[in-house]
Design a protein around this ligand. Sequence first.
Ligand code: URA
Length: 444
Amino acid sequence: MYNIILKKKRNIELSTEEIYKVIEGYTRGDIPDYQMSALLMAICFNGMSERETFDLTMAMAYSGDMLKLERIHNITADKHSTGGVGDKTSLIVAPIAAANGVSMAKMSGKGLGHTGGTIDKLDSIPGFRTELSEEEFIDCVNSCGMAIISQSGELAPADKKMYALRDVTATVDSIPLIASSIMSKKLAAGAKIIVLDVKCGSGAFMKNFEDAKKLAETMIEIGKRGDRKTYALISDMDQPLGDYVGNRLEVYEAVKILHGEGTEDLMDACLDLSAMILIGAGKAGDIESGRTIAKKTIESGEALRVFKNFIAAQGGDNTFADNPEILIKPTNKIEVKAGKTGYITSIDTEKIGLASMYLGGGRQKKEDVIDPDVGLVVHRKKGSFVNAGETLVTLFSKPLSNTEQALECISEAYKISPEMPSEDEASKKHTLAYLGVEDPGVDR
Ligand code: URA
């Protein structure tokens, strides 16, 4: 291990054998954390070649179970978001794909810090089971076209151990390490089509477009080497996606979209992601036609029908799907008003996510218990004009919420200026780039 660390420190490429030796040794517990930390830091500084990054990904994937989805009848797809605020797209995109004959066998994570997790949103549905056996998981996909379960500890255990170490050694923000971490789990989860939503902006890991593009390209290359159809879009996380942040509130917003209602940015994001899956499955030729199919699937009520079946198949009470208002539970509502008149020039999205976390909708530490009912609604987005005293955000709080901290986050998050935003900024779409498919351009 000493020689491998030295080699990486001197920026010399590691061989496939060396990479497997490190990952196998670390997973078994033969390599101590201090040596692994040194290697991770050397990777942060010197990076990895495409071949090294792929080897690292495969070594991590093979450290645990490799799911075989052969028993699933249709072509399988998975989607992954690099983490955002208000991102409930999986709850909408999976039913759209399933209604079009693409099986979504999806494993998701819990939220941590300012970002939410799909599993927490699903856990807010009474009776819904996010833990199924492999048998139940596959049966569920075959019966209703989709299933979403909590990622098992047996999937890429090397990544689990390494991620915990990276978290405390300031080695998270490395493109080869992030790409291999995400893709090891995606490759182990077995789907043939992988669609990646790489977020970019103040609420994301990648704060600028160039880094987000590099991360997306690195993951596409890994996917291709791993014999999966892999596509990515880069999307804006300079403001929350949709208007609702918080677990049950986000399920509410997802159901509204499945009814054909709801905010434009969220609908747009879901149509783009669905289009990529449909292209991968050979059911659409380009983004435009994929979006049209996805839109029709919502309008016909087919996506909602699949969603209802999926909730019931995993043990949940699906009555809310026809009457989403019952998801909004009584909480204390606090309106946060604009302090001055002007244009909203930026929203620090991380702070919006943290506000929801302080209310009790997210976790500061892994062990924290979350409250499904709390969260917030964003009434005003970037570029809009507001008068002093107009409501920007409504907080949904409970007695245990840290409302003071949440209020502080919201007031720090909004920047209001007398200057009108530039045309470029004002016309910015949610999807900033399409990778792996032809870019339809901004005027679609
Ligand atoms: N998500 C992951 O799964 N891994 C990373 O390294 C970063 C985000």
